[in-house]
Design a protein. Structure first.
Length: 345
């Protein structure tokens, strides 16, 4: 006798409800994992950014070891005594007989394992002038350099939290030379005054940052001696992350070429492009607190902090809400004011 068992046989697969439950669980897991992955990526990018600053701080110290000076903010191209005139706040300077050459970023290239790129820059000077092909005859300005030199990309000049050397745009759109030069995410500190130029025509306050103008005819074109940093190397800002407004990569004064130390649009207009790879900090120059900030400031793409290499070679994060007087003291190499480094965070 055969026994018949009635009932429906279950088919393989998911019901609609089960499928929806699985999708919901996956969505929840993704929502939990994505922020964690983003934090891990930012931590890695931040570590690389800090390492870049450490490399630059070490490069500066190697430069000091070779020359006994810090790199200048940029070079003055004129006759031998010109720097003396520019450093006299009572002189009617500039008076049109000077120009500027390459900046600190170019001068650090050999100490960043970039000697082949450094060799592409024309760094000849003449105390009597008349150099062939030079906009201003005493030496070669940024605009006189070859496209190959100006567009040399250096990994250490890019912070991966913001971009990399393979993330377009990596060349400036309008830095007075077309096509523009290579960009970068770091700037040298020129003090609290907003300028690396000293003269009565623009300001009676001498430049007070660790990076200042230098001349190829005074000490080999070198800048500040370490002994002039009266506040101590560990209390002085050296190089930091520069602010770039969101959506404005490669545009305007906040993001022109990292090598550009020229005057600007004309030889006799001392509105120099110190703005490209230099910044001030202090009472009048806070750290950027928003990616939409339009001003010429230090700032980063890290939440709440901006990293700086100090003159002693250490790298520290500084809270973007730091007391501005403390920031002012850090940017000025000789104000004599004590700094509580615990206040940076």
């Amino acid at each position: 006798m055969k026994t018949l068992i009635s009932g429906k046989r279950r088919t393989n697969g998911f019901t609609l409800i089960e499928l929806l439950v699985v999708i919901a669980v996956i969505a929840i897991l993704i929502a939990l994992l994505v922020p964690a992955v983003q934090k891990v990526r930012e931590a890695a990018a931040r570590t690389q950014c800090i390492n870049n600053l450490k490399q630059m701080g070490l490069a500066v110290h190697n430069f000091i070891g070779a020359t006994k000076y810090l790199p200048p903010s940029r070079l003055v191209l004129s006759y031998p005594s010109q720097l003396g005139e520019l450093t006299n706040p009572n002189a009617d300077e500039p008076d049109g007989d000077e120009s500027t050459g390459v900046n600190w970023a170019v001068l650090l290239l050999p100490y960043l394992d970039q000697d082949p790129l450094y060799q592409l820059f024309k760094l000849d000077f003449s105390p009597t002038g008349g150099l062939p092909g030079a906009t201003y005859g005493y030496g070669y300005a940024y605009r006189d350099q070859s496209q190959q030199a100006r567009q040399g990309l250096v990994n250490a000049f890019f912070c991966p939290s913001r971009r990399g050397p393979d993330t377009p745009p990596v060349y400036a759109v309008n830095d007075n030379v077309s096509p523009g030069g290579a960009l970068g995410d770091y700037a040298a500190c020129i003090g609290t005054t907003g300028d690396d130029v000293w003269n009565a025509q623009y300001t009676t306050q001498l430049s007070n940052g660790v990076f200042q103008l230098g001349s190829p005819f005074t000490g080999g074109g070198l800048g500040v001696k370490p002994a002039r940093i009266l506040d101590g190397m560990s209390n002085t800002l050296l190089i930091g992350e520069k602010h770039v407004q969101l959506g404005q990569f490669g545009k305007g004064m906040n993001d022109c070429s990292i090598y550009n130390g020229d005057y600007g649009s004309g030889v006799n207009t001392y509105d120099g492009n110190y703005v490209c790879a230099m910044r001030s900090a202090g009472l009048n120059y806070p750290l950027a607190q928003s990616l939409k900030e339009t001003r010429w400031l230090f700032g980063s793409y890290h939440p709440g902090v901006c990293h700086f290499a100090f003159a002693d070679g250490t790298v520290r994060p500084i809270n973007v809400l730091i007391d501005l007087q403390v920031l002012d003291n850090l940017a000025n190499i000789m104000d004599g004011n004590p700094v509580d480094l615990d206040a940076l965070n």
